[in-house]
Design a binder for this molecule. Structure first.
Ligand code: NCD
Length: 307
């Protein structure tokens, strides 16, 4: 088993499949009255969050607690980070406290890689800048597999702000490793060709959402990340939504079995219409539930559990 999970590229097909299978076993636990396993008793998991988060932070906390680990939650707000403490000094503090795993979310791409050189424990990337978010890709793959029965051969369209999306990058890497066919869709300003090429060889790029819908098994909508935009990438929210938003008429073009995904948080009415987000095709709430199982599997396997 790998020690760290910094990138979806750390996962070969066998390792990714083992994590998904283990997540399935963890999910079975969620149906029981007592949702706890004693596996990580006495181990310490630190959640180190330098960026805002709702789902991911709560999900990692629930995952670690269900495995009986001691959980320390650290958020940059209200800590010595606001006094200017560096990531390295914070890392040395965690090291001194004996963290077995550090889950890190950070606005700087590559922060988890630096952290891994300063601590002895496992480092798990919970989102670094515009770079990667590997556990999101795992929970998304898990969701596809549980809804559609497989990943290999699936046609997956990833739509929207690909440029700023760590979710897109990690999904492209993991899905291609697992044999899915990925097309990225969005305005040319948000999918520059070099970005497309850097994501993974063999992925397709199109600027026309309507052209891919009828032939997609999965449509994954991305949040428009205005907080990461220094320039204006499209004329207006209305124009964006008209060309790249998934609304009910567009959803009707999908095959009967196709699912609609979104990692959250959503801009309802912009990249996704409320009636689509709340439809039976939408897996958005399931993705959150699956996130806990996927992160339990990652913590369990990285900290030395057997399948
Ligand atoms: C994503 C993130 O933070 O990268 N959200 C998440 O983890 N569920 C996607 C986003 O912010 O748009």
């Amino acid at each position: 088993m790998i020690k760290h999970l910094k990138s979806a590229a750390d996962l070969d097909a066998a390792t990714a499949t083992l994590i998904l299978d283990t997540a399935g076993e963890m999910a079975a636990l969620a149906g029981r009255e007592v949702k706890k396993l004693p596996t990580l008793r006495g181990r310490t998991v630190v959640n180190l969050f330098y960026e805002d988060s709702t789902r991911t932070r709560i999900s990692f906390e629930a995952a670690a607690k269900r495995l009986s680990a001691d959980v320390i939650n650290f958020s940059a707000k209200g800590s010595s980070v606001s006094k200017g403490e560096s990531l390295k000094d914070t890392a040395l503090t965690l090291q001194a406290m004996g963290a077995d795993a550090v889950v890190i979310r950070h606005p700087a791409s590559g922060a988890p890689h630096r952290l891994a050189s300063w601590v002895d424990g496992s480092v798990i990337n919970a989102g670094d800048g515009t770079h990667e978010h590997p556990t999101q890709a795992l929970l998304d793959a898990y969701t596809m597999r549980s809804r559609l029965g497989k990943i290999e051969g699936l046609k997956v369209a990833i739509v929207g702000d690909v440029l700023h999306s760590r979710v897109a990058r990690s999904n492209v890497l993991l899905l291609t490793t697992l044999g899915a066919h990925v097309t990225v869709v969005g305005p040319p300003t948000l999918i520059p060709l070099d970005v497309a090429a850097a994501l993974a060889p063999g992925i397709k790029v199109t600027y026309d959402l309507d052209s891919v819908l009828a032939d997609s098994d999965v449509v994954m909508m991305l949040r428009v990340q205005t907080e990461r935009m220094q320039d204006s990438y499209f004329p207006s929210a209305r124009e964006y939504s008209r060309r790249y938003g998934l609304d009910a008429p567009r959803m009707r073009k999908l095959p009967e079995h196709a699912i609609v995904m979104h990692p959250g948080p959503m801009n309802r009415g912009m990249e996704i219409a409320p009636e689509v987000a709340d439809s039976s095709r939408s897996t958005i709430v399931e993705q959150v539930a699956n996130g806990v199982s996927a992160r339990m599997a990652v913590l369990y396997l990285l900290l030395g559990g057997k399948a």
